[in-house]
Design a protein around this ligand. Structure first.
Ligand code: SF4
Length: 458
């Protein structure tokens, strides 16, 4: 099934303000800006302590350290080349892992682990092994265990990749963004094609064949010609999955982006052209679109999950992870529990202080209601499958569905041309990918004055 066509300009949507609208990417619901700072470490401890022992969990490990600080990047990262700072961070992380392990009910196993950042490959081969051993001691691995790691091609070596392969890495996510030297200079990120190619070769030699690459459109100085060349180079490396994200220019939130000149950024219309040309190239090469920003080969696990209606969304974006608990470890990491969310202290120093005092580093969180969880699933359906299934929602969640009536009426009024309604739900029929986040936002009961905190949908 084709989920969306490359977005083309539609005057009616422009009239509705769609192309200027900002909306969350909905990697969680409620979104993190609505978490409360008064929940405390006891909240997270209780959520972990009461997890069902017979359900596997996922684990996310955040390494917020980078040797380089790319200007475009909105991740919370800290630049360092100091080996003792890296060792200190790892030491604190190991303490947190022990603490969480002591709180988890016995019998809980782990189905998926993701190391992200920041730059997980800033760790040495020995540190990679130490971290993996600690995680393994915390929870045994469930059958069909998957382990993915974000790789910076400029900060990796055969020894590091061998260490990751030894400890069970099954998937690598490689940051590319763009190969054009002028674009790279404008975003403060130099990375030659040769460096990326060497990284891919090392991964494949280590028997890691499941590769994802991240590409950005909407970067300064990108043109149809430059992005065509970038995407052709990426296709030459033959990753099985590609994330094609729109660059979100939010310098009032991500301070490093102030180094990027506004004048060099493509306009809204140009962004759409850049996306169109890249998406067309990918589809011609048999990469099918998934959700609003992914493409994958037909035999890729995410493609298979999407076709089966099993695509999910979590803090890493689209995922095949359908487990209902994800424990986030490390500074700023977010945990998802069956009945709530919590986030660790964003600053590494605050995180380390809490952990060294022997308590979890919870900074904010939220306990969710049945209604929250019902709306979260509805938003996930919209973001993943461009549809809503009210029957599934009413069968799964014990809460009043009447809260959906008003946004549905508003959708019929505003977007009736693009949405096919039925008694059991709706489906976005006009292939305008920009609509998913906007439609999802119509059901977000927390959505109020936070519009400026989110990126543009186009
Ligand atoms: S893009 Fe990667 S390497 Fe660059 S600052 Fe962000 S996390 Fe660090």
């Amino acid at each position: 099934m084709r989920y969306f066509a490359p977005m083309s300009f539609d005057p009616e949507l422009a009239h509705l303000g769609v192309y200027d609208a900002r909306a969350p990417r909905y990697t969680s619901y409620p979104t993190a800006v609505h978490f409360h700072t008064d929940v405390g470490a006891e909240f997270s401890t209780e959520q972990i302590r009461t997890l069902p022992a017979d359900r596997p969990i996922s684990i996310y490990v955040h390494i917020p350290l980078c040797e380089r600080l790319c200007w475009f990047c909105a991740c919370r990262t800290q630049g360092t080349k100091n080996k003792s700072a890296i060792a200190h961070y790892l030491d604190v992380l190991l303490r947190e892992i022990k603490m969480v392990g002591a709180t988890l009910p016995s019998g809980v196993s782990v189905g998926k682990i993701h190391w992200g950042g920041g730059t997980p490959t800033i760790l040495s081969p020995d540190q990679i092994r130490t971290l993996s051993t600690a995680l393994h001691q915390m929870t045994p691995r469930h059958e069909n265990f998957e382990f993915s790691v974000e790789i910076d091609p400029t900060l990796v070596s055969a020894a590091k990749i061998d260490a990751l392969a030894d400890v069970g890495m099954t998937r690598a996510s490689i940051g590319v963004q763009d190969f054009d030297p002028r674009v790279q200079a404008a975003i403060g990120r130099k990375q030659s094609v040769e460096t990326t190619l060497a990284c891919v070769d090392m991964l494949r030699r280590a028997d890691i064949h499941s590769l994802n690459m991240d590409i950005l459109y909407g970067l300064p100085h990108q043109t149809v010609q430059t992005v065509t060349k970038t995407i052709e180079t990426v296709l030459g490396l033959s990753p099985d999955r590609i994330a094609l994200y729109g660059y979100a220019h939010v310098p009032w939130m991500a301070k490093r982006q102030k180094l990027i000149s506004d004048d060099a950024l493509p306009s809204g219309q140009n962004r759409r052209e850049l996306f169109d040309v890249m998406a067309s190239k990918l589809e011609s090469a048999q990469y099918a679109p998934i959700g609003i920003d992914h493409f994958a080969k037909p035999d890729d696990a995410m493609q298979i999950a999407a076709k089966a209606g099993k695509l999910r969304r979590n803090f890493q974006g689209y995922t095949t992870d359908d487990l209902d608990t994800l424990i986030g470890l490390g500074a700023s990491a977010i945990s998802k529990f069956p009945n709530g969310f919590s986030q660790n202290a964003p600053k590494s120093a605050d995180y380390a202080d809490a952990i060294t005092q022997g308590k979890l580093a919870t900074y904010r969180g939220i306990a969710t209601t049945q209604r929250d969880r019902m709306i979260a699933r509805l938003i996930e359906m919209i973001m993943c499958d461009f549809r809503a299934d009210f029957s599934e929602l009413s069968q799964t969640y014990a809460c009043e569905m009447t809260i959906l009536a008003k946004p549905i009426l508003q959708l019929q009024r505003d977007f009736g041309r693009y949405i096919q309604f039925s008694v059991d739900g709706f489906e976005i029929t006009h292939h305008q990918r920009a609509l998913a986040r906007i439609i999802a936002r119509r059901f977000d009961v927390y959505s109020d004055d936070t519009q400026n905190r989110f990126s543009s949908v186009s």
